[in-house]
Design a protein around this ligand. Sequence first.
Ligand code: ZN
Length: 207
Amino acid sequence: MLSADFLNLGKDVAMVNANADLFHLDIMDGVFVPNISYGFPVVEAIAKEATKPLDVHLMIVQPEKYVARFAGAGASMISFHAEAADDPSAVLRQIRSLGAKAGLAFNPDYPLEKVRPYLGECDFVLVMSVFAGFGGQKFIESSYERVQTIRKWIDAEGLQCTIEVDGGVSPANAAELASAGAEILVAGSAVFKAGNPAEVISHMKSL
Ligand code: ZN
Protein backbone atom coordinates (compact mmCIF):
# COMPACT_ATOMS: atom_id res chain seq x y z
CA MET A 1 0.00 0.00 0.00
CA LEU A 2 3.07 2.26 0.09
CA SER A 3 2.39 3.01 -3.59
CA ALA A 4 -1.32 3.71 -3.09
CA ASP A 5 -2.91 7.10 -3.65
CA PHE A 6 -3.32 8.37 -0.09
CA LEU A 7 -5.77 11.06 -1.14
CA ASN A 8 -7.97 8.31 -2.57
CA LEU A 9 -7.10 5.50 -0.23
CA GLY A 10 -10.64 4.13 -0.12
CA LYS A 11 -10.58 3.58 -3.86
CA ASP A 12 -7.27 1.69 -3.68
CA VAL A 13 -8.48 -0.40 -0.71
CA ALA A 14 -11.56 -1.38 -2.72
CA MET A 15 -9.32 -2.32 -5.67
CA VAL A 16 -7.16 -4.55 -3.46
CA ASN A 17 -10.25 -6.12 -1.84
CA ALA A 18 -11.59 -6.96 -5.30
CA ASN A 19 -8.40 -8.26 -6.89
CA ALA A 20 -5.56 -9.15 -4.53
CA ASP A 21 -5.17 -11.73 -1.74
CA LEU A 22 -3.86 -9.47 1.02
CA PHE A 23 -2.87 -5.96 2.02
CA HIS A 24 0.89 -5.47 2.48
CA LEU A 25 1.61 -2.52 4.76
CA ASP A 26 5.17 -1.18 4.96
CA ILE A 27 5.88 0.48 8.30
CA MET A 28 9.06 2.60 8.35
CA ASP A 29 10.34 4.44 11.39
CA GLY A 30 13.08 6.71 10.06
CA VAL A 31 15.60 4.84 12.25
CA PHE A 32 15.90 1.26 10.98
CA VAL A 33 15.41 2.71 7.50
CA PRO A 34 15.98 6.36 6.55
CA ASN A 35 12.39 6.78 5.37
CA ILE A 36 9.13 7.25 7.28
CA SER A 37 5.95 5.79 5.79
CA TYR A 38 2.70 5.82 7.77
CA GLY A 39 1.46 4.67 11.14
CA PHE A 40 -1.50 3.46 13.15
CA PRO A 41 -4.19 5.88 11.92
CA VAL A 42 -3.63 4.76 8.33
CA VAL A 43 -3.38 1.06 9.23
CA GLU A 44 -6.58 1.27 11.27
CA ALA A 45 -8.39 3.09 8.47
CA ILE A 46 -7.38 0.37 5.99
CA ALA A 47 -8.33 -2.36 8.48
CA LYS A 48 -11.82 -0.93 8.76
CA GLU A 49 -12.49 -1.39 5.04
CA ALA A 50 -10.31 -4.41 4.29
CA THR A 51 -11.94 -7.73 3.47
CA LYS A 52 -8.55 -9.37 2.85
CA PRO A 53 -5.92 -10.08 5.53
CA LEU A 54 -3.52 -7.34 6.62
CA ASP A 55 0.16 -8.24 6.25
CA VAL A 56 2.21 -5.72 8.24
CA HIS A 57 5.93 -5.45 7.38
CA LEU A 58 7.78 -3.70 10.18
CA MET A 59 10.93 -1.90 9.08
CA ILE A 60 11.49 -0.52 12.54
CA VAL A 61 13.86 -0.88 15.48
CA GLN A 62 12.59 -2.65 18.60
CA PRO A 63 9.71 -4.43 16.83
CA GLU A 64 8.78 -6.16 20.10
CA LYS A 65 7.45 -2.83 21.35
CA TYR A 66 4.86 -2.51 18.60
CA VAL A 67 3.70 -5.96 17.49
CA ALA A 68 0.82 -6.06 19.99
CA ARG A 69 -0.49 -2.75 18.78
CA PHE A 70 -0.35 -3.82 15.13
CA ALA A 71 -2.10 -7.08 15.97
CA GLY A 72 -4.73 -5.02 17.79
CA ALA A 73 -5.08 -2.79 14.74
CA GLY A 74 -6.07 -5.84 12.70
CA ALA A 75 -2.84 -7.33 11.32
CA SER A 76 -3.10 -11.08 10.76
CA MET A 77 0.46 -11.38 9.45
CA ILE A 78 3.33 -9.46 11.04
CA SER A 79 6.95 -9.54 9.92
CA PHE A 80 9.96 -7.75 11.37
CA HIS A 81 13.59 -7.53 10.28
CA ALA A 82 16.15 -10.03 11.53
CA GLU A 83 18.64 -7.13 11.43
CA ALA A 84 16.48 -5.18 13.91
CA ALA A 85 15.82 -7.84 16.54
CA ASP A 86 18.16 -8.93 19.34
CA ASP A 87 16.19 -12.13 19.85
CA PRO A 88 14.18 -13.04 16.73
CA SER A 89 12.80 -16.21 18.36
CA ALA A 90 11.22 -14.18 21.16
CA VAL A 91 9.56 -11.76 18.73
CA LEU A 92 8.28 -14.64 16.57
CA ARG A 93 6.74 -16.24 19.67
CA GLN A 94 5.27 -12.92 20.74
CA ILE A 95 3.57 -12.44 17.36
CA ARG A 96 2.16 -15.98 17.39
CA SER A 97 0.88 -15.51 20.94
CA LEU A 98 -1.15 -12.55 19.63
CA GLY A 99 -2.86 -14.86 17.15
CA ALA A 100 -1.05 -13.50 14.09
CA LYS A 101 1.23 -15.27 11.64
CA ALA A 102 4.87 -14.51 12.41
CA GLY A 103 7.34 -13.63 9.68
CA LEU A 104 11.05 -12.93 9.57
CA ALA A 105 12.16 -10.32 7.01
CA PHE A 106 15.72 -9.67 5.88
CA ASN A 107 17.57 -7.50 3.37
CA PRO A 108 19.25 -8.77 0.16
CA ASP A 109 22.70 -8.79 1.80
CA TYR A 110 21.67 -10.65 4.97
CA PRO A 111 23.40 -14.05 5.16
CA LEU A 112 20.85 -16.80 4.55
CA GLU A 113 22.70 -19.11 6.94
CA LYS A 114 21.61 -16.76 9.72
CA VAL A 115 17.96 -17.14 8.69
CA ARG A 116 18.04 -20.93 8.54
CA PRO A 117 17.83 -21.62 12.31
CA TYR A 118 14.56 -19.68 12.52
CA LEU A 119 12.69 -21.31 9.63
CA GLY A 120 10.99 -23.76 11.97
CA GLU A 121 9.72 -20.91 14.16
CA CYS A 122 8.34 -18.78 11.32
CA ASP A 123 4.96 -18.97 9.63
CA PHE A 124 6.58 -17.12 6.74
CA VAL A 125 9.81 -15.47 5.68
CA LEU A 126 9.87 -12.16 3.83
CA VAL A 127 12.72 -12.21 1.34
CA MET A 128 13.55 -8.63 0.40
CA SER A 129 14.43 -8.31 -3.29
CA VAL A 130 15.41 -4.65 -2.81
CA PHE A 131 16.87 -2.93 0.25
CA ALA A 132 14.18 -2.00 2.78
CA GLY A 133 13.29 1.65 2.93
CA PHE A 134 11.78 2.95 -0.28
CA GLY A 135 9.16 1.95 -2.83
CA GLY A 136 9.89 1.88 -6.53
CA GLN A 137 13.35 0.25 -6.46
CA LYS A 138 14.69 -2.11 -9.10
CA PHE A 139 14.45 -5.85 -8.42
CA ILE A 140 17.77 -7.51 -7.45
CA GLU A 141 18.34 -10.55 -9.68
CA SER A 142 20.18 -12.66 -7.11
CA SER A 143 16.88 -12.89 -5.22
CA TYR A 144 15.80 -15.91 -7.32
CA GLU A 145 18.71 -17.90 -5.99
CA ARG A 146 18.03 -16.83 -2.41
CA VAL A 147 14.41 -17.96 -2.73
CA GLN A 148 15.53 -21.30 -4.18
CA THR A 149 17.95 -21.87 -1.32
CA ILE A 150 15.34 -21.18 1.34
CA ARG A 151 12.76 -23.31 -0.52
CA LYS A 152 15.25 -26.19 -0.51
CA TRP A 153 15.83 -25.88 3.25
CA ILE A 154 12.11 -25.64 4.04
CA ASP A 155 11.27 -28.66 1.89
CA ALA A 156 14.21 -30.72 3.15
CA GLU A 157 13.05 -30.32 6.73
CA GLY A 158 9.33 -30.52 5.92
CA LEU A 159 8.65 -27.14 7.54
CA GLN A 160 5.42 -25.14 7.25
CA CYS A 161 7.01 -21.84 6.30
CA THR A 162 5.67 -19.73 3.44
CA ILE A 163 8.04 -17.67 1.28
CA GLU A 164 7.01 -14.10 0.53
CA VAL A 165 9.03 -11.82 -1.76
CA ASP A 166 8.96 -8.04 -1.52
CA GLY A 167 10.64 -5.39 -3.65
CA GLY A 168 10.48 -4.58 -7.35
CA VAL A 169 8.08 -7.46 -8.03
CA SER A 170 6.32 -7.12 -11.37
CA PRO A 171 4.94 -9.22 -14.25
CA ALA A 172 8.56 -9.39 -15.50
CA ASN A 173 9.78 -11.52 -12.56
CA ALA A 174 6.62 -13.00 -10.98
CA ALA A 175 6.69 -16.32 -12.86
CA GLU A 176 10.38 -16.93 -12.16
CA LEU A 177 9.90 -16.09 -8.46
CA ALA A 178 7.01 -18.53 -8.25
CA SER A 179 9.03 -21.27 -9.88
CA ALA A 180 11.93 -20.55 -7.50
CA GLY A 181 9.51 -21.33 -4.67
CA ALA A 182 7.89 -18.04 -3.66
CA GLU A 183 4.22 -18.30 -2.66
CA ILE A 184 3.35 -14.68 -1.83
CA LEU A 185 4.45 -11.82 -4.07
CA VAL A 186 4.25 -8.22 -2.91
CA ALA A 187 3.79 -5.78 -5.77
CA GLY A 188 3.56 -2.03 -5.14
CA SER A 189 4.55 0.29 -7.94
CA ALA A 190 3.95 -2.36 -10.62
CA VAL A 191 0.29 -2.44 -9.61
CA PHE A 192 -0.54 1.06 -8.39
CA LYS A 193 1.37 2.96 -11.07
CA ALA A 194 -0.27 0.90 -13.82
CA GLY A 195 -3.13 2.24 -15.90
CA ASN A 196 -5.22 -0.79 -14.93
CA PRO A 197 -4.11 -2.20 -11.54
CA ALA A 198 -6.75 -4.97 -11.56
CA GLU A 199 -5.45 -6.23 -14.88
CA VAL A 200 -1.82 -6.29 -13.64
CA ILE A 201 -2.82 -8.31 -10.57
CA SER A 202 -4.83 -10.85 -12.54
CA HIS A 203 -2.03 -11.12 -15.10
CA MET A 204 0.58 -11.74 -12.39
CA LYS A 205 -1.64 -14.36 -10.73
CA SER A 206 -2.03 -16.15 -14.06
CA LEU A 207 1.74 -16.47 -14.62
ZN1 ZN B 1 7.17 -4.66 2.48
